[in-house]
Design a protein around this ligand. Structure first.
Ligand code: AMP
Length: 471
């Protein structure tokens, strides 16, 4: 997880990058950073915290330039230390590169050792720095950017949507399976590339399209050049982007996430009808699902939980007791909507079960007569290796218990998860174009001691590669 943006704008990029990162804040709250290209050098500012905390006062005035990139971080590899904050910036043999990445590499350790043997040294513990070093290595040996990206696509195993600039020219590429989203659009003065289309909306731009899996794009001013470097027979778009991670108002691979979630809510009712007094979301992640369920069932939509907007994330709190206390701070049951009533409670997912159990307990305590839990994803039974922060298998409640066991633990009167078949149909992509490793335990690339259903990549230069570990 992480949000990335890259902008060209003849009137300056720093304020636009700030707005774009603001729109992508849900993708990472640990750190934020912007680099721009001005007077043949990189200007940069990054720090710990939210976009609004990192960029204050005249920082944006300092970040002059017509090209720049930005990043918001949610760490999946590399600790939360300043040296891991992105974008990363390097100068080598008269060139300067600034790079930001969303995704997770499986073969980071092997690559790091390989490039250390070649004389590169590393200043962070992130996989993003490896991508930078692969690119730098190729350019140092006289290659062009397109050659460097081809080497990336041949050697990097995992998910990577990448935005970078070299000597003031903006580039972006997406891994051949298209695991993490990346799209681009146009504003009045240039081009915007971003993890999600909401960043383009924030700049009053017009979305042009998703960057294709395996595609490299180059943006100079308002001109965009595309090179398709590799093609895979099947893609592996992260299913969890649709379920939880992306903003509901984003359009990913041509589908509005809000519509998908609403349709899942409708289907949840069709799969397991229920009689109740009201339908309530767990705010905000359950809202679109709950509206769909209310529409399909004619059960009124009544909010029974109010969210404290100023409370941060509870999911990443270090201990179970802290997570449980934090849920109480974050969500307050509305007693007047609950006393003596039965409620269909709708959320996007159950991971550890902490949130659902605590919420249902609070709603029962507030006087609800029954809570029927409905979940917009199938049970999450396996960890994610490709960029979503998911706990270990042992912590995943659905890995240890069947649906009845989970229902009992969260103390709901009934529980139903959307079926995988319906979810895939609603997303509208063939199942083998989605990565649903967290729901099936079968991954689109080879992961030690896990099952995989591999994709084959065609490098469009006559060579093919199946995604087996490299030497
Ligand atoms: P849990 O208490 O572990 O069952 O948390 C589930 C809730 O956390 C769901 O309602 C989601 O909205 C949210 N969630 C699910 N996955 C993630 C994630 N990877 N990072 C942050 N929040 C998440």
């Amino acid at each position: 997880m992480c949000g990335i943006a890259g902008i060209t704008d003849s009137s300056g990029v720093s304020l636009s990058l700030y707005f774009a990162l603001y729109a992508l804040q849900h993708r990472g709250q640990e750190s934020a950073g912007i680099s721009t290209w001005h007077d043949c050098s990189i200007l940069k500012h990054k720090g710990h915290g939210l976009v609004s905390e990192v960029f204050k006062g005249d920082t944006l005035d300092f970040l002059k330039g017509k090209v720049g990139i930005g990043h918001v971080r949610y760490p999946t590899t590399g600790e939360n230390r300043p040296e891991n904050f992105q974008p990363f910036n390097f100068t080598f043999q008269g060139h300067s590169i600034s790079i930001a990445h969303n995704g997770n590499l499986i073969n980071m350790q092997e690559l790091r050792e390989k490039y250390e043997r070649k004389g590169q040294f590393f200043t962070s513990t992130t996989d993003t720095e490896i991508i930078a070093k692969v690119i730098i290595d190729e350019i140092r040996e006289g290659g062009e950017v397109v050659d460097a990206v081809r080497i990336c696509m041949r050697t990097l195993q995992g998910s990577y949507s990448v935005i970078f600039f070299i000597d003031g020219i903006l580039y972006a590429f997406r891994d051949p399976l298209g695991i993490k989203p990346l799209c681009f659009g146009r504003t009045r003065n240039g081009v915007v590339i971003a993890s999600e289309s909401v960043a383009i909306d924030a700049l009053e731009g017009v979305m042009e399209r998703d960057i294709n899996p395996g595609e490299l794009i180059e943006a100079r001013g308002d001109t965009v050049i595309s090179v398709q470097i590799a093609k895979s027979d099947r893609h592996a778009h992260c299913i969890f982007e649709y379920i939880y991670f992306a903003r509901a108002d984003s359009v990913i691979d041509k589908a509005l996430v809000y519509d998908i979630r609403r349709k899942i809510g409708e289907q949840l009712y069709r799969e397991m009808p229920v009689i109740a007094d009201s339908v309530s979301p767990v705010p905000d992640s359950g809202t679109a699902y709950a509206l769909g369920l209310s529409d399909a069932s004619d059960i009124p939509f009544v909010e029974c939980l109010m969210k404290n907007r100023y409370m941060g994330r509870t999911f990443i709190m270090p201990t179970q007791s802290k997570r449980e206390k934090a849920v109480r701070m974050k969500l307050n049951p509305i007693k007047y909507h609950l006393i003596g009533r039965s409620v269909v409670l709708v959320d996007d997912s159950i991971v550890r079960g902490t949130t659902s159990r605590r919420i249902i307990e609070m709603m029962h305590d507030a006087g609800a007569s029954a809570i029927h839990m409905r979940i917009g994803s199938p049970p999450i039974i396996a960890p994610c290796y490709l960029g979503v922060d998911m706990p270990t298998r042992e912590e995943l409640i659905a890995n240890k218990k069947d649906v009845e066991g989970v229902r009992e633990t969260i103390t709901a009167e009934s529980l139903h998860y959307i079926s995988l078949k319906a979810l895939v149909e609603i997303i509208g992509e063939p199942e083998d174009h989605l990565c649903n490793g967290c729901l099936t335990g079968c991954y689109p690339i080879s992961i030690p001691s896990e099952q995989s259903s591999l994709r084959c990549i065609d490098f469009l230069d006559g060579s093919y590669q199946s995604l087996l570990p490299i030497d």
